[in-house]
Write a protein that binds this ligand. Structure first.
Ligand SMILES: *Cc1c(COP(=O)(O)O)cnc(C)c1O
Length: 384
């Protein structure tokens, strides 16, 4: 690779330019060994001992992620987004206070409300897009972690990462950001002052709906990051080498996919805003979105591939419209090359801030005219 600095898209396209030393292959082999030979002097000179703590294919994928997130302390891959997220909370101690976004990925909110409290964590949920409310909820010296998801599921609320980072720093707390729906193409939270960035790599990082994976990236190699490493090693939450290879293959096209997906999401958001059967479009790229100004500051090159629409005619019309899509796939998850639609309230259940007339749209790489035409006919069918 050239010595001059390269754009992340160049480094990602070549998975950091790594060449297989034995065959000179431009794609490195998948390392599947679970155990490694000890040297005659009893050392492990290769740096590898056993498959649960570490693996070369995992390390290669982690190096691409660390580059994308500008993570000075590196990245760690986990067996799922939830395994990555929960490792951050498990690195805390009983009695520690946590402040988390009220609007966030529903399964993590459910885990925090049930499992994490059994571990002795004390968790307050606030609107992290409201810095005054956040400041009031943070207890200096007691609050050890602020967890913010931005843009957050499924309303695409925007949290001001730099603003929250300052509140966290003053209180002596760490800031972790679930950046799954921004991706490093649009936002790099560590450069805005966050300590940890988390990804459900299952989503747009892999991008092909065929890998379940999670990632954490860290700004500083400190005691907290070491605690997280200990949690992964001890609990065995590492990703498998085949999945890491597939993830790396996906990362090579991340920029291309993300640019198309975000441009299409913006076009759909604008056109759906004028649709007579749509009451409201939730998308941070629209000037009327409450988080638009902050999003314009902390997201570059687009506002992401996720949007939601609230349909006229309420819950029944929303469910009926989803039932009539022909090109969109009626499925959960997000970030893949195929567009997905979901009636979120049916998934999230009681206690969710998700309106019942809301349909969540994950924008893929299909032709945007085809996507719009499909939504248009489905919305009409929903009202017939
Ligand atoms: C999917 C998702 C998760 C959880 O990731 P899994 O890989 O499904 O465990 C966490 N946060 C966000 C924003 C997600 O979309």
């Amino acid at each position: 690779m050239p010595q001059r600095p390269l754009h992340p898209r160049s480094l990602a396209a070549q998975a950091m330019g790594k060449i297989d030393p034995q065959t000179k292959g431009v794609v490195t082999p998948i390392h599947i060994a679970t155990t490694y030979i000890r040297d005659e002097d009893n050392a492990y000179s290769s740096g590898f001992i056993y498959g649960r703590p570490d693996n070369e294919t995992i390390r290669e994928a982690e190096s691409v992620l660390a580059m994308l997130e500008e993570a000075k302390a590196g990245a760690l891959l986990f067996s799922s987004g939830m395994a990555a997220a929960t490792a951050v909370f498990q690195a805390l101690s009983p009695g520690d206070h946590v402040v988390a976004s009220k609007v966030m990925y529903w399964a993590l909110r459910a885990w925090l409300q049930t499992e994490a409290t059994r571990w002795g964590l004390v968790i307050d949920f606030v609107e992290t897009d409201d810095l005054a409310a956040l400041k009031a909820a943070v207890k200096p010296g007691v609050t050890k972690l602020i967890w913010a998801e931005t843009p957050s599921n499924p309303l695409w609320t925007i949290t001001d990462i730099a603003g929250v980072a300052e509140i966290a720093r003053k209180a002596g707390a760490k800031l972790a950001v679930d950046s799954t729906c921004a991706s490093p193409v649009h936002t790099r939270p560590l450069t805005l002052g966050a300590d940890i960035v988390m990804h459900a790599a299952t989503k747009v990082l892999n991008g092909h709906s065929d890998v379940v994976a999670g990632a954490l990236c860290a700004r500083q190699d400190d005691e907290f990051w070491n605690r997280i490493k200990t949690v992964r090693k001890g609990q065995g939450g590492i990703l498998g080498p085949f999945e890491a290879f597939l993830l790396m293959r996906g990362l090579r096209t991340l920029h291309l996919r993300q640019e198309r997906q975000s441009a299409s999401a913006m076009a759909l958001a604008q056109r759906l805003s004028a649709h007579p059967l749509v009451a409201r479009v939730l998308y941070p790229g629209l000037p009327q979105h409450p988080g638009h100004d902050i999003a314009a500051r902390q997201m570059e090159g687009g506002f992401g591939f996720m949007l939601s629409v609230q349909v006229t005619g309420g819950e029944a019309a929303a469910i009926k419209a989803a039932a009539h899509v022909e090109l969109y796939k009626r499925a959960t998850s997000l970030g893949g090359v195929e567009s997905l639609i979901e009636h979120r309230a049916s998934i999230e259940g009681a206690g969710s801030p998700c309106p019942t007339d809301l349909l969540r749209l994950s924008t893929g790489i299909e032709d945007v005219e085809d996507l719009y035409a499909d939504l248009d006919q489905a919305l009409k069918a929903g009202h017939s």
